[in-house]
Write a protein that binds this ligand. Structure first.
Ligand code: PXP
Length: 238
């Protein structure tokens, strides 16, 4: 069975709108796991616009929450990750003015620092993943710098499917990349912009073992609740 990772950054967005402590990040994480999420993802952004250091400290204190921490590729964020010791780390590119993670990592430019970060994380037995655009060269580099997993950025295919444009070329690309990564021994994940429709399409690619979904789950929960929303994704991924 493929795994569902629930990104709860936008629970923090709602909480931060009032600068108080409701809804609680920890409660959302525990509840999402109770509803069937296989892991929880949070992005500790450098500007702390979603979760903050204290949220992270509380989340990692509960060992029954499998936690996937997203961080930018620099030593300051590595230090924060090593201190928190989550189960998994996904390295993502980060731009201060972006609304969301717009792109995959530039591995050609940053492979040296990312290789060092992966080494340090793996020494602490933290599973490492790289958020990359679906292209074969980045997969090859991911393998060369010893990542455990890759997470393919699905923003482009998501936009095409949602706007009813032809997504065939993008699907072929993602399929090819998934098969190639799998053949190299990299675990394949997918994330960004995913909704029911997009996950139905991508779930046909058997090499994708984990889907990380945030915005749609939190938005849909306004109407149907986290339990129903998570259950629906889980049944698509069966
Ligand atoms: N995966 C990664 C690496 C992300 O950075 C994000 C958030 O940008 C997601 C998955 C979730 O994306 P979304 O909120 O669009 O579902």
């Amino acid at each position: 069975m493929r795994r569902l990772g629930v990104n709860i950054d936008h629970v923090a967005t709602i909480r931060n709108a009032r600068a108080e402590n409701h809804p609680k990040i920890y409660d959302a994480a525990r509840f999402a796991i109770k509803c069937g999420a296989d892991s929880i993802t949070v992005h500790l952004r450098e500007d702390r616009r979603h979760i903050n250091d204290n949220d992270l400290k509380i989340l990692v204190s509960n060992k029954s929450i499998p936690l996937n921490l997203e961080i930018a590729s620099n030593y300051k964020m590595l230090k924060a990750a090593l201190k928190a010791k989550p189960n998994f780390v996904c390295i993502v590119p980060e731009k201060r003015n972006e609304v969301t993670t717009e792109d995959g990592l530039n591995l050609v430019k940053n492979k040296s620092i990312i290789k060092k970060i992966i080494y340090k994380l793996k020494k602490k037995k933290i599973r490492t993943s790289l958020f990359i655009n679906p292209n074969l060269n980045d997969i090859k580099i991911s393998k060369n710098i010893d990542a455990d997993c890759i997470e393919l950025h699905t923003g482009k295919i998501s936009r095409k499917i949602k706007s009813k444009n032809n997504y065939n070329n993008e699907l072929i690309k993602i399929k090819k990349c998934s098969k190639y990564a799998h053949s190299l021994g990299l675990e394949v994940h997918a994330g960004h912009g995913l909704d029911y429709k997009v996950v139905r399409v991508l779930s046909k690619i058997k090499e994708i073992k984990e889907f990380n979904i945030g915005h749609f789950i939190i938005g849909e929960s306004i109407f149907f609740g986290l339990k129903k929303t998570i259950s629906k994704f889980k049944s698509i991924l069966k």
